[in-house]
Design a protein around this ligand. Structure first.
Ligand SMILES: Nc1ccn([C@@H]2O[C@H](COP(=O)(O)OP(=O)(O)OP(=O)(O)O)[C@@H](O)[C@H]2O)c(=O)n1
Ligand SMILES: C[C@](O)(CO)[C@H](O)COP(=O)(O)O
Length: 397
């Protein structure tokens, strides 16, 4: 983990956007542009502090925006910027509290920086002290000097993006020197270059666009529409979970496995009816949807679940699965028991599980094995079960 502080710049006027107001407040997919950008950093646990640079006239409006659309990070200091972008960065640098961390400087107008890019940049800054995201230029670039056109060697050209990341002392010194000399660059790495130092390029993405003109707004809308489509397709896929459970065999208890009471001299010990197989399947379902395990949902300290019918617990779990929009793909499970002999009960157990999960029989597979007299199961001290559950998204949900 390579922690950093982020300065996000939003103090410009967005004149080239021709929106009649600062582009940072324009709505993109129901969220203001600047909130998209802040959220990208707020989602990154490596980002420990954020400074949002606003312009003085919009300070109150920005404050309200942060309240109306909380980006998910408490530590955002709002400071007023300056006339030029570089003045705004300097104001941001002066507002940073923890100067031990590297600083990422980012345009508020670049909402699509990804977590993966942030982390690659952070690691490079840690190693090299100064780095920036950039992409190879895809157009041929001509330099026009009076009437003379020169074609630059495209292989050597990179389009600089943000964030650009630096050790605090280095970037502070670079900005201080630029202020003193009245030098203005178009990015922060260029100020570091003025110190005779170099920033390392970290290959970014062409999606990390800076919303500058009205056409960029259309590109951003279509990028977000594609993302939504991608998320939908992703959630239309599969989730997998596995479960494992053990219960002790003891006298004076019923031996209930897969909802079927099996005649045996001992039964399974537990707070509920101790149905080792249904617990395992329920755990696998919860695992598949990222909902922990049955201990979290049905604590064994809760009297409500004393001697509870595990069939009901599994039905409850499967209702949660359905609420989340999933249906059963299939279950494959194994009972690990030296005794009782499971074979005569396998089909009944299978049918019972299918009924509890409201699934076709062919989606349920139940197996049993001994452990060849090895271990606790082999000594008939207990019974274990394991299961794998595949869920698939219900396209209707
Ligand atoms: N004095 C300034 C100028 C710019 N920025 C910020 O720097 C980023 C990159 O600048 P740019 O895209 O040029 O934004 P604007 O300056 O707002 O746009 P324009 O040049 O079209 O007016 C933007 O997030 C902008 O808000 C800033 O914080 N302070
Ligand atoms: C910093 C920058 O985003 C790198 O591409 C760019 O130089 C900012 O330029 P702007 O004219 O201030 O938008």
């Amino acid at each position: 983990m390579t922690n950093y502080t982020a300065i996000v710049l939003a103090a410009g006027q967005g004149k080239r956007m021709l929106a009649g107001r600062n582009k940072q407040f324009l709505m993109l997919d129901q969220l203001p542009l600047i909130i998209h950008t802040l959220t990208a950093f707020a989602k990154d646990s490596w980002c420990k502090e954020m400074v949002l640079v606003t312009n003085e006239q919009e300070h109150k409006q920005m404050e309200k925006l942060l309240q109306d659309y909380p980006p998910g990070m408490e530590r955002i200091h709002l400071v007023d910027g300056g006339k030029e972008r570089q003045d705004s960065v300097f104001a941001g640098l002066n507002a940073i509290q923890n100067t031990d961390l590297p600083v990422f400087i980012h345009d508020g107008a670049r909402p699509f920086v990804s977590l993966e890019q942030l982390h690659r940049l952070a690691k490079t800054v840690e190693a090299e002290q100064a780095a920036l995201l950039a992409v190879p230029v895809t157009d041929t670039i001509k330099k026009k000097d009076g009437n003379t056109l020169t074609t630059l060697d495209r292989k050597t050209l990179w389009a600089a993006q943000t964030p650009q990341g630096f050790e605090f002392a280095l970037i502070y010194q670079a900005h201080q020197q630029a202020q003193d000399r009245g030098y203005y660059g178009t990015d922060d790495a260029s100020l570091v270059e003025q110190l005779g130092r170099e920033a390392t390029i970290v290959k970014g993405s062409y999606d990390n666009i800076k919303l500058t003109t009205p056409e960029d707004l259309q590109k951003a809308e279509s990028y977000l529409a594609n993302q939504r489509k991608g998320k939908k397709e992703e959630s239309a896929m599969f989730r997998i979970g596995q479960g494992f459970d053990v219960h002790q065999l003891t006298e004076g208890r019923k031996c209930i496995i897969g909802g079927v009471e099996i005649p045996y001299e001992k039964g399974l010990l537990g707070h509920s009816d101790a149905d080792v197989l249904l617990h395992t399947i329920a755990d696998a379902c919860l695992g598949a949807i990222g909902e922990g395990d049955i201990g979290k949902h049905f604590p064994d300290t809760d009297p409500e679940f004393k001697n509870a019918d595990s069939g009901k617990l599994l039905q409850h779990v499967f209702a949660i699965v359905r609420e989340k929009g999933y249906e059963l793909g299939n279950v494959d499970c194994t009972v690990i028991a030296q005794a009782p002999k499971m074979a005569p009960y396998i089909e009944e157990i299978r049918a019972n599980i299918a009924s509890l999960m409201d699934a076709d029989l062919d989606r349920i597979n139940v197996k049993a094995t001994t452990t060849e007299h090895l271990g606790f199961a082999g000594r008939k001290e207990g019974i274990a079960a394991q299961a794998v559950v595949l869920l698939q998204n219900n396209p209707q949900s």
